[in-house]
Write a protein that binds this ligand. Structure first.
Ligand code: PMP
Length: 396
């Protein structure tokens, strides 16, 4: 069969192949990029489903507006207001089928073949794939513990004149890194200076441990004149409420949002009305603060346990900055004492010992650092985390 040329620009992810191996009995997985199903508020969702069916069953089971279910758009706008973005009206936000669809719509509306797009090195793999599918030429901007290095970003923007800059400023996937407040402001200034769209992908910002992260780029844009015109913000309920509901949202300048709605019309017409009505009732019932408090506490404990176990069991063979939130520890094999320093080489040995992680190289669009790996602390409980890290040490 003759497939579309655009498929030549992408390949199935190395991570998907790894997932095939995870069925092995007894394996401890630090590989998943998802939250723990055991933490889903099933009762809360059941109540919300009942309310959705009781109050407007016909509407919840019908097609809906492409922009989203009005009650959910309102709830999401006030959810964002609670996080410092007070000036987002429901009409400035569309509901998407996961934030993954928001990224797809941004790619569809913004990227022509050959356009340059700057992403962090490392960044979310599905974004790399999605942008490449539309012919983007990706340019990698380096990060450190404070997120993307804005001085280098500026040089890259001046050199490449990109169409977009895609960032995960808060508890990045896979890096776990959080962009400092000063750098956030700088990013917004650069957006205005270079008239370049910044995409803030923020599925993890609610998952902080001890203290909230700096305000989102969206919230800060009120302080940097003109920057809102160059900012798109993607949100998601996947990591905090349910990934299965497939609910995300996109906030963007009106012209861009209208184009995204048009593309969504001939993609999925509307995001599941039933899921949207359920989430609207869940949020309206005021359950979110307690849910968030619970997931933050559990992930904070797991992150701390994994950090301590790594220090104890792997000592100087591994290096990492403890994350302040999110789902991941991003680590580097140091090669100390002649131990393996290539995560891709370590991965099959680790699976043999009964523990899985994701090697870091596929998360780079260029110049991969092969010593890096992503460890998720989200889905294993404390005893499994201890056991998994012990196995990792054996594999090393
Ligand atoms: N962006 C990032 C950075 C992610 O890690 C994910 C999920 N792994 C998504 C977007 C997509 O999430 P969803 O479509 O479930 O909202």
């Amino acid at each position: 069969m003759q497939f579309a040329d655009r498929l030549n620009q992408v390949e199935t992810s190395a991570i998907r192949d790894l997932f095939k191996l995870l069925g092995k009995p007894g394996i401890v997985s630090f590989a998943g990029g998802f939250p723990d199903s055991a933490m889903c508020d099933v009762e809360g969702i059941r109540t919300a489903v009942n309310a959705a069916l009781t109050e407007d069953g016909g509407g919840a089971l019908q097609y809906g507006a492409t922009e989203g279910y009005p009650a959910l758009r309102e709830q999401l706008a006030s959810f964002m207001a609670g996080k410092g973005a007070q000036d987002v009206a429901p009409e400035q936000l569309i509901v998407t089928t996961g934030s993954q669809q928001a990224l797809d719509l941004l790619a569809k509306t913004m990227i022509s073949p050959g356009d340059k797009v700057i992403v962090e090195g490392p960044t979310f793999l599905a974004t790399i794939q999605c942008f490449r599918l539309f012919g983007a030429q990706l340019v990698s901007a380096p990060i450190d513990a404070q997120g993307v290095q804005t001085d280098v970003l500026e040089q890259l923007m001046a050199q490449h004149r990109p169409k977009m800059v895609y960032l995960i400023p808060t508890y990045g996937n896979p890096s776990g890194a959080t962009l400092s407040l000063a750098r956030r402001k700088r990013v917004l200034e650069l957006a205005v200076q270079y008239q370049c769209l910044i995409v803030e992908d923020d599925p993890y910002g609610d998952l902080y441990f001890d203290a909230p992260p700096p305000p989102s780029l969206l919230a800060l844009s009120a302080q940097v004149p003109g920057s809102r015109e160059w900012l798109a913000h993607c949100g998601s309920l996947s990591k905090v409420l349910s990934a299965g509901l497939r609910l995300g949202w996109l906030i963007a300048p009106p012209e861009l949002l209208a184009k995204a709605v048009m593309c969504k019309q001939f993609s999925d017409a509307n995001t599941s009305t039933f899921a949207q009505a359920t989430a609207a009732h869940y949020l309206r019932a005021g359950r979110m603060p307690a849910t968030l408090a619970h997931v933050r506490k559990v992930y904070a404990e797991r992150a701390a346990a994994m950090g301590q176990a790594l220090r104890r069991e792997l000592a100087d063979a591994i290096d990492f900055v403890p994350p302040q939130g999110g789902l991941f520890i991003w680590a580097r094999l140091t090669g100390a004492g002649g131990k393996i320093a290539d995560a891709q080489e370590l991965s099959p040995r680790a699976i043999e010992k009964g523990v899985a992680f994701v090697p870091g190289a596929p998360f780079y669009c260029a110049n991969p650092d092969r010593a890096t790996l992503r460890l998720s602390f989200a889905t294993a409980d404390l005893p499994k985390i201890e056991e998994g890290v012990r196995r990792l040490a054996q594999a090393l």
